[in-house]
Every structure is written in C-alpha cells, then in structure tokens.
Design a protein around this ligand. Structure first.
Ligand SMILES: C[S@@+](CC[C@H](N)C(=O)[O-])C[C@H]1O[C@@H](n2cnc3c(N)ncnc32)[C@H](O)[C@@H]1O
Length: 274
C-alpha cells in the first residue's frame, strides 16, 4: 500500500463512534488522584504571590507540578486517543487481504476488535474476554456488542466469554492473533505463559502475532522464541502509548509461526484450572 493511503487507512481505523471506557478501570483513576493533587498543590505554591521565596524555588515547584500533572494527561490521552492511533497504524501496515480470521485476546469493550472488523469484510474478527471491570471501566459483553454495532462491524465479528489461558478454539484456526494491554493482567507468570502458548496453538502455520503491552513483554518474547516462532521482535510503542506510567516503556511484540514444523508448546490447555 502507498504510504499516503496507508496513513489515511490508519486514520480511518483510529476514528471511532463507540465508547471504550478507561483502561485500568476505577483503580487507575483513583491512583491518578495522587499526581493530580500533588501537581495542583505544587503549581499553586509556585504561583502564589503572597509567599516570598526565591525565583529558583518557584521555578522548581512549577516544573515539578507540571511534571506530575502530565501523568494523568498522558494516561487519558493514551487510553482515549493514543492507543487507537497506534493500533490504526499497526493494523493498516499489515496489508491484510480482508478474508482473514483474526483473534483479539482480551478484547474488552472492543476498541481493537472493531478496527479488525473494518479490515475483514470477508473474514472474521473474534474477540474473547472475561469482561473484568477492574481492567477496563464499564467492561461487559453487552458494551462490546453495542460498540461493534455502532462501528457497523457486528456482522463480521464474534464475541466469546472465556479465559485466554484456555482458548475455546481449535488448533490453527486464526491467521492473526492480537492482544492489547491484556496479558499482563494475568497475575502469575505461568498463566501469562499459558496465554502465549494458547495464542501460538490457535495460530495457523504462517500466521502472525501482535501483542502490545505495558509490562512483561520480555516474558512474551522469551516464550515465543522458546516455542520456535520466527522473526520475534520487540519494539517501543512511543509516547502515544505511554499511559503516564513512569519508568515503563510500552512495547509491541511481533512474531510469525513457521509455515510448518513448529514444535508444539510444552504446556497444553488441559493443564488449566480456571
Ligand atoms: C486494559 S483492558 C484492554 C481491553 C482491550 N484490549 C482494549 O485495548 O481496549 C484488559 C482486558 O483484558 C481482559 N482480561 C484480563 N485477564 C483475562 C483473561 N485471563 N482472559 C481473557 N481476558 C482477560 C480484561 O477483562 C480486560 O477486558
């Protein structure tokens, strides 16, 4: 695809009509009260004309206040705009044919799933989730369904309630598996490893995996490499995906299942006790 048409495709994918909630749910919003409170206090102190203090001190308070306030600003930008822009570009660059079967593991209210639906008029975009409201505000099967209808893609999408550690799909049934900000929500390393193994299992030979996450991406890379996937890569996703989390570099992990001869992962979903 020409760069100009890829850019306009990405922008088209990123624009949305549905309501996709806040990632991290109430816990994230409550956690943001600290930097908001601290930031406002420091800005107030730096600007208050009544207190006599050196200019340098005022400048430092002002800068520290501004730095704290950019944490919520970055978070809300990423969850409401940035992730859509980033995924629009990632998906537009894939040059899909439109007849693929795609799985979104931990689809939540359907932000990425709806974009996938737009890309597969003759295929299928399948979303699976446990609909945890602690991971996304207003998360539910019903809210995801409503969003798919608002985006006009409900006819080519499917929603399943399930755990990504035990996917209810046959081996080799998807051309592409994606997951956004979801796998790190599994608390145990072994569980995250099972989710990666499941993604590999349901992927067709030659199929691709794209995982964007804030944390644990080094584990995903390790498991994909151990399982014999090709072209395993990990790269930073940049400021639009920063989510205000200090000291964290959100990353995209990509890999490709070899056309044949992939050794099966060591664990199987039958080990699972959901
Ligand atoms: C931060 S939300 C992101 C949702 C969506 N991918 C997006 O970008 O809008 C994380 C999602 O992972 C889901 N999730 C967490 N653990 C899961 C599991 N074991 N199996 C399936 N979904 C899970 C949560 O219910 C939530 O919808």
């Amino acid at each position: 695809m020409e760069p100009a048409s890829q850019r306009s495709r990405a922008a088209e994918l990123a624009s949305h009509r549905g309501h996709y909630g806040i990632d991290g749910g109430r816990g994230a919003v409550t956690g943001l009260l600290w930097p908001v409170g601290g930031g406002l206090l420091l800005l107030g102190l730096s600007l208050l004309p009544l207190l006599s203090k050196p200019l340098l001190q005022r400048a430092l308070e002002f800068l520290a206040g501004a730095a704290l306030l950019q944490v919520p600003a970055s978070f809300f930008y990423s969850t409401m705009r940035g992730k859509f822009a980033v995924w629009g570009e990632l998906l537009a660059a894939l040059d899909l044919h439109g007849n693929e079967r795609i799985l979104d593991m931990g689809c939540g209210r359907g932000a990425i799933l709806a974009m996938l639906g737009k890309l597969v008029p003759e295929g299928r975009a399948v979303g699976l989730d446990l609909w945890r409201t602690e991971d996304q505000s207003g998360n539910s099967l019903e809210s995801a369904r409503t969003n798919l209808l608002s985006e006009g893609v409900a006819d080519r999408c499917e929603l399943h309630t399930g755990d990504m550690r035990a996917l209810p799909f046959p081996d080799g049934s998807f051309d592409l598996v994606v997951s956004n900000l979801a796998i790190h929500n599994i608390p145990e390393k072994d569980g995250r490893r099972k989710a990666i193994d499941e993604a590999i299992r349901v992927l067709k030979p030659g199929g691709r995996i794209l995982i964007a996450d804030l944390f644990r991406t080094e584990e995903y890379v390790e498991r994909l490499e151990e399982a014999g996937l090709r072209a395993v890569s990990c790269r930073p996703l940049g400021w639009r995906f920063w989510f205000g989390v200090l000291g964290v570099t959100p990353r995209l992990v990509t890999a490709e299942k070899p056309a044949s001869g992939t050794p099966p992962p060591e664990t199987t979903p039958t080990d699972l006790v959901p």
